[in-house]
Design a protein around this ligand. Structure first.
Ligand code: ADP
Ligand code: MG
Length: 390
């Protein structure tokens, strides 16, 4: 079955399940992907560069507006059953469980003065939660794409990015940036999304690993990452401190050539945090250039350097991520790094097709020997951004 046929079958299956659950057919079905960040970690809130791509795993929502102010939400994954809410009574920080993601989008639309009717929603997602692939943004982006159309709000992709960021920051309570939504809303098949986080400009950069005999493996370490345990906040604080000490608006404004002089003006820890951001921004630009001029087969050393920088300078890796990266590299991957915010989540390994099984087996074996939980390993390819599929 080709991709289009699979999408059609999936959309009609979800529409049937919606009708069985809510008693009437949905008005439409909208899908939005998770994302993997190829390179550019923690550069987003330093007004720098990131290079994520939308993946071939996504959240799909079937929706039907109702005649009243009631919202009913059901996930095919959920033990929670149907969650009900009222459009007139959405309070930031008060919703627990997965409903905070769709309801956060409704609330953020209301904050923009957009009137959202009550609706029924059925969600199905194959983006694994908590693996650093942004399953939460996949839900938010599917919902905002649907409601933008159903309410006739006419928001642009850039506006939907800002709106879902507001939903995550103010309603859900997660201090996240704009990378994940930008990939999910603005991604395209066969391309990575080169995003300038200072002004939200996007350039699509060809990233067709398969054409050069490569696969991108995701190794989900199963180590839970959390924004709430202070690691993320303390890295942000170090970056702000560094920018202030160097007299720049954001670390984006520091060049690699300025680093040596910066060393004398910062304490050792802040200096290493700054050095990660400055060199990582530079690596993103180099990966973009390399993809355009030579293709994916040449980006391996930049992925490796990114991992070393996060492990040694930014100190956001963990033993499981380091083992995944080192093992993948020593068994045939041409480049590997942790991806996402750090402290757990997933690593990526760019691997020749002929070495894929060898890398998978070696990583599983190394995890067993180390006494770690067995990782999930799967391939991802750059796929379409959010869209209506029925
Ligand atoms: P990430 O976005 O990195 O996957 P988060 O903690 O931000 O991790 O989001 C994970 C949360 O998203 C889950 O705890 C759950 O609330 C929600 N979620 C993800 N997938 C689903 C799903 N299929 N059904 C219901 N909720 C989901
Ligand atoms: Mg998330």
């Amino acid at each position: 079955m080709n991709t289009t046929a699979r999408t059609d079958a999936h959309a009609s299956d979800l529409a049937s399940r919606f009708e069985e659950t809510f008693g009437a057919a949905p008005d439409g079905v909208w899908a939005a992907p998770g994302r993997v960040n190829l390179i550019g970690e923690h550069t987003d809130y330093n007004e720098g560069f990131v290079l994520p791509f939308a993946i071939d795993k996504r959240a799909t929502t079937a929706i039907r507006p109702r005649g009243d102010s009631t919202i009913r939400l059901l996930s095919t994954a959920g033990a929670e059953g149907i969650v009900a809410a009222d459009t007139a009574a959405l309070v930031p920080g008060a919703v627990t469980g997965w409903a905070k993601y769709p309801l956060g989008v409704v609330w953020a639309l209301q904050q923009r003065g957009i009137d959202v009717p009550g609706f029924d929603l059925l969600l199905h997602s194959d983006v694994p939660p908590g693996a650093g692939l942004s399953s939460s943004h996949a839900i938010e982006c599917a919902v905002v794409t649907a409601l933008n159309e159903l309410t006739g709000a006419g928001l642009t992709a850039e506006e939907m990015v800002t709106l879902t960021q507001h939903a995550e920051n103010a309603f859900v309570g997660a201090p996240t940036g704009i990378m994940d939504q930008s990939a999910s809303l603005r991604g395209a098949g066969g391309h990575a999304v080169f995003l300038d986080c200072r002004d939200q400009t996007v350039q699509l950069v060809p990233f067709e690993a398969q054409d050069t005999g490569l696969v991108l493996l995701v190794i989900d370490t199963k180590v839970a990452h959390s924004h709430s345990d202070g690691g993320y906040a303390s890295r942000r604080a170090s970056c702000e401190l560094g920018a202030a000490a160097l007299g720049v608006k954001a670390l984006r404004d520091v060049a690699v050539a300025d680093l040596e002089a910066a060393g004398g003006r910062l304490d050792p820890v802040t200096f290493r945090r700054v050095r990660h951001i400055v060199t990582e921004n530079d690596r993103v630009l180099q990966v973009v250039d390399t993809l355009r001029s030579q293709g994916p087969a040449r980006i391996g050393p930049l992925l490796d350097a990114s991992h070393a920088s996060m492990r040694d300078d930014f100190e956001i890796s963990c033993p499981e991520l380091d083992l995944a990266v080192d093992t993948a590299r020593s068994h045939g991957a041409i480049g590997a790094r942790m991806t996402g915010g750090g402290f757990g989540g997933s690593a990526i390994a760019l691997t020749p097709v002929g070495r894929e099984q060898q890398v998978r087996d070696a990583v599983v074996r190394a995890f067993t020997q180390a006494g770690f939980t067995s990782p999930d390993i799967f391939t991802v390819t750059p796929a379409a951004g959010a869209e209506r599929i029925r």
